[in-house]
Design a binder for this molecule. Structure first.
Ligand code: UD1
Ligand code: CA
Length: 453
């Protein structure tokens, strides 16, 4: 007997007012559906089926890295119809856990309890009590408290609408039973849909007592229906992550102005100033300060690093004790060794910079290899692109590049070279020499500046 999971994700999500299928909208950098998948994948699951529909292949394409079976529901005829599409592939002896792709905060712990509850009764339902049950299916119980059925808001009487216990939509049912009950669903209701919730009454009629459990926190079962709810959930999720980081010893100058959209591994004594966004997979070593308004994506930041205000760092490795910023842009495939300084308005792309080198002002260094203790003067540009191909610039140890130098790649500057300010380097330079290319300065005496008449 195994566990099959069916995640319903075919709906459009009309109230999102979006061309993007609702389940692809992102919460903390991951699609809503992926959050559900990650929680579910912690269970001892045999197979996960995702029912997709609105937006066609967009959903399976974007989430192709998830090891699930994709099942298309061409027309969205209701939650019962959606489950019908996937159930055919499920072995009769399995338990089936049904989840919604737009309820992203569901926890593994709650799902585990829901699945275990079905072991005895054959049928367990996740319900919760909320103050404002508008829009949800209501749980109708008999005098002894047993569940009788679920009534959708649109089909409910005045009295039924006053019930505050609602259907979260999540349930565990034995596959053979589910198949039988799904087979004779009807769509004779206000919405003309095949309601999954109608199987509850069928189960009760056959004498089943449905077990219900509640989540730890109601937010776990909150669906995303519009962008306001999405934003609310994002803030909630960010606050949980921020608290977790602070528990690990990170100082967040303002936890409500910190966003983590991915995974962050942290050392000790990290201080993160306001409006910092961390994306993808980032690790930060010990004793690191990140200034305000920085975006750091898929990067490894070593120990003792200082990133000053307004820097963007992407897909790079920053060695110990580097100092970056303010206003620096470190682009993909950059490796900075120990103690490198990158200053304001400097862009580095796909380059390695060895220990102790400095690029402090207004420079572009692309497709380059810089040695140790190199000093790059203000306004230095590597001309790496000829309009068709990218070329490399190689600079040896202890080179001094004067301000406003252009290095026309491919070119090699050997160790110990000095390049005079304003030089355009077009040929390789021999070690320990001075390179200078300048037109001689003229002085014109008695020159009068034009004046306005
Ligand atoms: C459903 C429940 C309701 C419950 C509520 C919880 C039914 C009939 N009603 O109502 O009792 O309180 O969820 O949020 O089940 N979907 C498909 N294919 C379809 C229709 C829906 O994949 O044909 C998916 C949607 O993408 C969504 C989920 O199923 O993820 C729920 O669908 P939705 O239309 O939001 O159901 P509700 O009317 O909210
Ligand atoms: Ca809904």
């Amino acid at each position: 007997m195994g566990l099959s999971i069916i995640i319903l994700a075919a709906g459009q999500g009309t109230r999102m007012r979006s061309e993007l299928p609702k389940v692809l909208h992102s919460l903390a950098g991951k699609a809503l559906l992926e959050h559900v998948y990650i929680a579910a994948a912690q269970l001892p699951v045999t197979e996960t089926y995702v029912v997709y529909g609105f937006g066609g292949e967009r959903v399976p394409k974007q989430l192709a890295h998830m090891p699930v079976q994709w099942v298309e529901q061409v027309q969205q005829l209701g939650t019962g119809h959606a489950v019908q599409q996937a159930i055919v592939a499920v072995p009769d002896a399995d338990d089936v856990l049904i989840l919604y792709g737009d309820v992203p905060l569901i926890s593994f712990q709650t799902l585990d309890r829901l699945v275990n509850a079905a072991h005895e009764s054959g049928f367990s339902l996740l319900t919760t009590n909320i103050d404002d049950p508008g829009g949800y299916g209501r749980i109708i119980r008999d005098e002894s408290g047993d569940i009788l059925r679920i009534v959708e808001e649109k089909d409910a009487s005045e009295e039924q609408r006053s019930v505050c216990e609602i259907n979260t939509g999540m349930m565990t049912v034995k596959a053979d039973l589910l198949k039988r009950w799904l087979a004779d669903l009807k769509n004779d209701n206000t919405q003309g849909e095949y309601y999954l919730t109608d199987i509850i009454e069928k189960a009760v009629n056959e004498g089943f007592v449905i077990d219900s459990i509640n989540p730890e926190s109601a937010i776990e079962t909150m669906g995303v229906n519009d962008r306001a709810q999405l934003a609310e959930m994002e803030r909630y999720y960010q606050s949980v992550q921020a608290r977790h980081l602070m528990c690990q010893g990170v100082t967040l100058m303002d936890p409500s102005r910190f966003d983590l959209r991915g995974d962050l591994e942290v050392g000790a004594d990290i201080v993160i100033d306001i409006n910092v966004v961390i994306e993808g997979s980032v690790s930060i070593g010990n004793n690191v300060c990140i200034g305000p308004n920085c975006v750091i994506k898929d990067a490894d930041i070593g120990d003792g690093v200082t990133v000053l205000a307004n820097c963007v760092i992407e897909n790079s490795v920053i060695g110990n004790h580097c100092r970056i910023g303010p206003f620096s842009r470190i682009r993909p495939e950059t490796r900075l060794s120990e103690g490198v300084h990158i200053g304001n308005f400097v862009e580095i792309k796909k380059s390695s910079v060895a220990g102790g080198s400095k690029i402090n002002h207004l420079s572009y260094i692309g497709d380059s290899e810089l040695g140790k203790n190199v000093n790059i003067g203000a306004g230095t540009i590597t001309c790496n692109y000829d309009g068709a191909y990218k070329h490399k610039t190689i600079i040896g140890d202890n080179v001094f590049v004067g301000s406003d130098t252009q290095l026309v790649a491919p070119v090699t500057v050997n160790e110990g070279v000095t390049i005079a300010a304003g030089t355009t380097v077009t040929k390789d330079i021999e070690a320990n020499t001075l390179a200078i290319s300048r037109t001689a300065q003229k002085t014109i005496k008695g020159w009068e500046r034009p004046k306005k008449k």
